[in-house]
Write a protein that binds this ligand. Structure first.
Ligand code: AMP
Ligand code: MG
Length: 458
């Protein structure tokens, strides 16, 4: 059996609930990720990934966690997911195998524990697109339709997504564990997280610094490709630094830092341009949870937390600037580069230019309309650089998941027609290939197109 019992069972039982997935009536494999299955030695098994046939060697569980949702603390937990077990590769690399949409758990609150087909396919598509873009993310192994209906605003076909994650530990998992005194659950969780993600770490502060580095790098990468996560609640922030929980996320078309897609984010808390600041805020929540493990003395613990947190803006800035410089073909950082990047973004904003296509089309020999004077500055800065075009092509995708095409493919899939979904997925697997004809997918929507909105669609 390539899936083994999860190590999470070694943690104090307050942190989870044993929970079998609830069987479904008529499971069918809608999409199976062949290369990912091969990578982890997992075979296409409908009954297993529907939750209908769990081997006796496995002990599925739902994880407990809390979280700050739009700034407010809430008790949560896997309300519609179970950890089936873990898969391992040569070299000891390990992933959690989780079913999402597998039925009610102790943490379901009012929910039915189920998921609808389109949102699960959406997670599959966008997570695989993110992976192809080179951004750390949970992966999608398969989507199985259940043959059952789920009741939302309308009646929808049900489905279960199997995802692989280097772990499902969230900032919110630590917030939950921090609720116990003395902090035994919390220290057990910290030890577990260190073993899994940072075996070289010796102290809670080292571990926290590692999380800060990973999150800074992740959000810088999101910013570089115009990704808007949409619901950066602390329960949706993975300690591993992988993008997790694809709900209302989407990619920005025309550059605007205030871009918000989620229909429930009315204040724009999770707008594109706020993402670094929100990450900093989420890390402060993690710091408060970890405080008792930094030092027994409260003041000393707070000083450690502050010192680590205060480094975040600088760390983020450095990674972001490097990402942006590479998009401009620059191999190193120099004084004045932030101005060059800032000027470009301002012009893109004023001119309502498409973020992806502008970077894609930059060329030292051909100034783009509206960027003529900026172009001169850029070309001056390029003097003496080698490998400019190669660097630019490796950092500026020719294509991103465009919202209209994603919607159309999901809609067709909802009606049982998967061919659009497959062709879209194929194109998104090779986003840096300039030789590919991406057709409509490479086109900016017209300026007067209605604003695109996403729904959590749970
Ligand atoms: P999300 O918005 O997907 O991050 O979910 C927030 C919380 O709601 C998590 O604890 C989920 O497990 C839970 N949840 C979302 N949808 C459902 C559902 N249909 N049934 C039960 N719990 C759910
Ligand atoms: Mg979530």
């Amino acid at each position: 059996m390539p899936i083994s019992q999860q190590t999470y069972l070694n943690l104090p039982p307050e942190l989870y609930q044993l929970q079998e997935p609830q069987p479904v009536s008529d499971p069918k494999m809608v999409i199976w990720n062949h290369s990912l299955g091969e990578e982890w030695g997992l075979g296409e098994d409908v009954a297993l990934f529907a939750g209908n046939a769990v081997p006796a060697s496995l002990t599925p569980l739902a994880q407990a966690y809390a979280g700050h949702q739009f700034g407010h603390f809430t008790m949560l937990g896997d309300g519609r997911a179970v950890l089936l077990g873990e898969a391992e590769k040569g070299g000891g690399e390990r992933v959690d195998v989780q079913l999402k949409g597998s039925g009610r758990t102790r943490y379901s609150r009012g929910g039915d524990g189920r998921a609808a087909l389109e949102p699960m396919l959406r997670e599959y598509l966008i997570s695989e697109a993110m992976h192809a873009l080179g951004i750390p993310t949970t992966r999608s192994l398969c989507v199985v339709s259940t043959g059952e209906k789920v009741y939302r605003e309308e009646v929808l076909p049900g489905a279960i997504l199997t995802r692989l994650a280097s772990s499902h530990l969230r900032v919110g998992t630590f917030e939950f564990a921090a609720g116990f005194r003395p902090p035994e659950e919390l220290s057990a969780l910290l030890r577990y997280a260190m073993d899994r993600h940072d075996p070289a770490c010796e102290t809670g502060a080292d571990f926290f610094q590692g999380v800060i580095d990973r999150q800074a790098s992740l959000v810088a990468k999101w910013m570089a490709v115009g990704f808007v996560h949409g619901v950066m609640n602390t329960d949706n922030v993975a300690i591993s630094g992988e993008t997790i929980d694809y709900g209302p996320c989407a990619f920005m078309d025309r550059y605007d830092p205030e871009t918000v897609f989620s229909s429930i984010d009315q204040q724009g808390r999770y707008a594109y341009g706020n993402q670094p600041q929100i990450t900093h805020w989420n890390l402060a929540v993690l710091a408060s949870a970890l405080l008792p493990l930094f030092d027994e003395e409260e003041e000393a613990a707070e000083a450690i937390a502050r010192e680590c947190l205060d480094r975040f803006p600088q760390i983020f800035r450095a990674v972001w600037q490097k990402e942006m410089n590479e998009k401009l073909g620059l191999s190193s950082l120099q004084v004045g580069d932030d101005q060059l990047v800032g000027d470009l973004l301002n012009r893109m904003h004023e001119g309502q230019m498409d973020y992806t296509n502008t970077f894609r089309d930059l060329h030292p020999e051909h100034p783009l309309t509206g960027l003529e004077d900026w172009h001169q500055e850029w070309v001056k800065r390029l003097a003496g650089e080698e490998g400019v075009m190669g660097r630019m092509q490796a950092h500026n995708p020719a294509v991103i998941p465009r919202n209209q095409q994603v919607e159309a493919a999901l809609h067709a899939a909802g009606e049982g027609e998967m061919s659009h979904f497959h062709s879209l997925l194929d194109l998104l697997k090779d986003p840096y290939n300039r030789k590919q004809d991406f057709g409509e997918l490479a086109v900016t929507p017209p300026k007067d197109a209605p604003a695109y909105k996403t729904f959590c669609g749970t």
